[in-house]
Design a protein around this ligand. Sequence first.
Ligand SMILES: Cc1ncc(COP(=O)(O)OP(=O)(O)O)c(N)n1
Ligand SMILES: Cc1ncsc1CCOP(=O)(O)O
Ligand SMILES: [Mg+2]
Length: 365
Amino acid sequence: MNSNNSTPTLRVLDANANRAAEGMRTLEETARFLLSAAELQFQFKNLRHDLSLAIARLPRLELLASRNTPDDIGTKTSTPSEQSRPDTASLIASASSRVQQALRCLEEYGKSIDVEFASQVEQIRYRVYDVTARLECLSLTTDTRRQRLASARLYALIDAGDGVDEMQTRMKLLADSGVGVIQLRDRQLDDRTLYERACVGASVARELGVLWIINDRPDIAFAADADGVHVGQEELPVTAVRRIVGAERLIGLSTHDMDQVQTAMGSCADYLGCGPTFPSTTKQFSSFAGCDFLQSVSDYFAQLEVVPRPAFAIGGITTDNVQQVADAGFDRIAVTSGLAGDDVTKAARVFLETLKTNDAPVAGR
Ligand SMILES: Cc1ncc(COP(=O)(O)OP(=O)(O)O)c(N)n1
Ligand SMILES: Cc1ncsc1CCOP(=O)(O)O
Ligand SMILES: [Mg+2]
């Protein structure tokens, strides 16, 4: 091919090499900063590197000389969907499709210039299929966790019970009764047993379709592939917890006053525990934030311009006093003993019915 004939081909190659590299960089940054997916980030980095090696086979000077951006009619056209990127999953899907299309163009047009170049690009394209699918799956799982959290009204805290079977039976009963989130809170277990129970619970929770949260221990939540971790004000700060558990897992944070709630709203916590509301048989307290605190949280959330985080009232909540929680504007609760008795199904029904009939402005929507 003489140089005049090859100029349009080189323009296609130049434009698509840039498009593919830009798209890969977008996906790499998404893996790194939004999803904390180190292995996928590494894969995209390798792909970018291998693409540059393949491009290096093309005549660089001629490629640059063929570039004519001002006259490129394609730079002036964009579709409405290019202007809006609603969520991470759509951003990934759109960047993946751009990269794949660009690689296909490189492959087809590259054949006329260098067959080995086309074959290297083909291999890169296959790897891109795999890595982008994994990234998209990861982001969809992440979004699903937050969506499931947003629709949860009942959150149960359990200990590990007398054995795996008992824990599993309890989890099933809770899930069947309408509980959306279950937390493993057991301060008696050694680390090894806690980890093993966390692993079993993670797989049981997946089957039951409930979220599985580990109390206090981001390391165990991550290692056991739980859905998240819950931490208190005296434990690791949520920024440090986020570094351990990654972007896709949920982080819950306990709050006891309005300063803590406001700080939490500026943090990367996914949900709040608000309390203690009433005296509890599960944990001793010398003072109580009470329903006044819950009411202040509801009032504060109602005047926010941003969407508040889901907030669960906690501490001594029973079927006898849950109406007071609802009256304070909450429609989410986290409960241990109130869902540990013989008739869990009945208690859960009363809780859900009381919270549902709440007409007051609701915290966390
Ligand atoms: C949903 C939820 N809210 C609050 C807590 C309490 O956490 P913390 O203050 O760290 O106290 P301990 O549970 O660690 O004793 C919670 N666990 N879950
Ligand atoms: C862990 C915790 N943090 C505040 S209250 C509480 C205990 C919740 O259990 P219960 O519902 O039995 O009071
Ligand atoms: Mg704690």
